[in-house]
Design a protein around this ligand. Structure first.
Ligand SMILES: [Zn+2]
Length: 509
């Protein structure tokens, strides 16, 4: 057994087991033996192999991210931030996922390694990675040192566009079944991984892209294995309209009819409920259904806010009784930024400073995520919990004055103050550097991979447009004397749609 003690930490966010809540404690020791926390309190007197000075440190439970797509989202940097389709109620999801896709497994590896580094550097110790399966995924996830929940995505249909206002579907049910079987096999390999840090989540990709049978069987497979089930649901207005067209029900109501709502269900986004101001369907049952079945919601504010969309609102979901967790649906993969945005956007949506508290956000990023993952041993600093810990540096300028270090961290410093990170008691970040992966090398490979992706855009887009036409640069690019500039172009005149050859690409998100 190897024991580490963080001696006399200035501040610790400890778990009050009796009150079942996080509390601040001052000047205590946190000791962990191998992968478990052994002691939380003053004057630890047991065996010690290593001492870490807790002066100028906030000891924080490792953060839990229950929704991410590392396989491709870093490839979208510089492309996605202002990309949206106004005729599709602002979402750019369908157009983008058809035109832009990770070109190969080297690109996926670079993208995932880059994302894992961002996540570790923002204090994430547990991650749900929802991606189409790719070669090398488990090995990289294990190498990162993070606690990895692989969620291999699959579906019975893919989105198809012939214009910019109508969402169509190309069905291939056999492909969905094959993807489901392959996902279960990969999850089993993850669960048997010698690191002991990998597990799985059963993940049919989107409610509107799966048959009822595939969704039911997926939910049952998760239940049998006692692992979570997740699906994207109520993530766009078009999706809600499509489900009402097909079933006369909202996506959440249809999910309830199928029997796939339960305590092991993580709903990806669940933003456009029947009560949402952009939907305003006549029923008022979506939120009560989510509550009554004990589901969790993975809230990822950034991608929606960029479209001009808000969850309405985080505080109402919480007070209704929903277990709220947080995710990083896009870059930056920075869960602390998501906590900050979730707080501010909830208050904007509610027009109420009291809509959510900083404590609510910490809960979502720790114990809320742990509950969603069915893991009572994560997200808290308490004896017998996993030794997944973040040491925040109170001396970085953005943390000072550290009168209330959690507020300094969430509203000011964020990842800049994350100094050291431990998962299972093992160091994965030390002195602001990732120990397990190479972010610089990943960034170089990511840039090359993005170029390969951009080269393929015109062949994938339904109008045959270039990346520059779909997502122009934010400023005009001054061109050298000579031929006509090509880097920035006005939106082209509409052309006749062309058949997409994107059928080999994975479903987007
Ligand atoms: Zn997503």
């Amino acid at each position: 057994m190897h024991t580490t003690v963080i001696r006399n930490a200035d501040w610790t966010i400890a778990w009050d087991t009796a009150a079942r809540r996080h509390i601040y404690r001052r000047n205590i020791d946190v000791a962990f033996a191998d992968d478990r926390i052994a002691f939380v309190g003053p004057n630890y007197g047991g065996p010690i192999d290593r001492v870490i000075d807790g002066k100028d440190r906030l000891v924080l439970p490792g953060l839990i991210d229950i929704h991410s797509h590392p396989e491709h989202e870093p490839l979208y940097r510089g492309i996605r931030e202002e990309h949206g389709v106004r005729n599709m109620h602002m979402t750019g999801l369908y157009e983008r996922s058809q035109a832009f896709s990770a070109p190969d497994d080297d690109a996926r590896a670079a993208s995932a390694e880059f994302a894992y580094c961002e996540l570790l550097l923002s204090g994430v110790t547990s991650l749900v990675d929802i991606s189409p399966a790719w070669d090398g995924w488990l090995e990289l996830f294990a190498k990162s040192g993070m606690r990895g929940f692989v969620a291999p995505g699959y579906a019975s249909a893919r989105w198809r566009l012939d214009n910019d206002f109508e969402l169509k579907f190309a069905w291939d049910e056999a492909r969905g079944r094959e993807g489901f079987a392959a996902a279960l096999r990969l999850i089993e390999v993850a669960r048997q991984h010698p690191s002991g840090r990998l597990s799985g989540v059963v993940s049919p990709m989107q409610i509107e892209n799966c048959t009822a049978e595939l969704l039911r069987d997926s939910y049952e497979a998760a239940r049998e294995r006692r692992i979570p089930f997740t699906v994207h649901i109520a993530q766009s207005v078009l999706e809600v309209q499509e489900m009402i067209r097909r079933h006369g029900k909202t996506p959440v109501q249809w999910a309830q009819e199928l029997g796939i709502l339960g305590p092991s269900t993580i709903l990806g986004h669940a933003l456009f409920l029947d009560t949402h101001s952009w939907v305003r369907w006549w029923t008022k049952t979506d939120l009560p259904l989510i509550v009554d079945h004990g589901c969790s919601v993975a809230h990822c504010p950034t991608p929606f806010a960029r479209y001009g969309q808000l969850l309405e609102n985080f505080g109402d979901y919480l007070r209704a009784g929903v277990n709220m967790g947080l995710g990083t649906d896009t870059t930056p993969h920075n869960l602390v930024e998501e906590m900050r945005k979730a707080a501010i956007f909830a208050r904007v949506a509610a027009r109420d400073i009291a809509a959510v508290t900083t404590s609510d956000l910490l809960n979502a990023a720790t114990i809320g995520g742990a509950r969603a993952l069915m893991r009572e041993d994560l997200g808290r600093i308490a004896p017998d919990a996993k030794a997944d810990l973040v040491l925040v540096d109170l001396t970085v300028p953005q943390m000072r004055p550290a009168r209330d270090p959690l507020r300094s961290f969430i509203y000011h410093a964020a990842d800049r103050a994350v100094r050291d990170v431990f998962v299972d008691g093992q160091p994965v970040v030390a002195d602001h550097k990732v120990l397990t992966l190479d972010q610089g090398d990943a960034a170089n490979r990511l840039a090359d991979a993005q170029r390969r992706m951009l080269d393929a855009v015109a062949r994938r887009d339904y109008l045959g447009r270039s990346a520059e036409q779909i997502s122009p640069l934010s400023l005009p690019l001054s061109s050298p004397p000579g031929p006509e500039p090509t880097s920035v172009q006005e939106n082209p005149a509409p052309r006749a749609p062309r058949a997409s050859n994107a059928s080999a690409a994975p479903c987007g998100y």
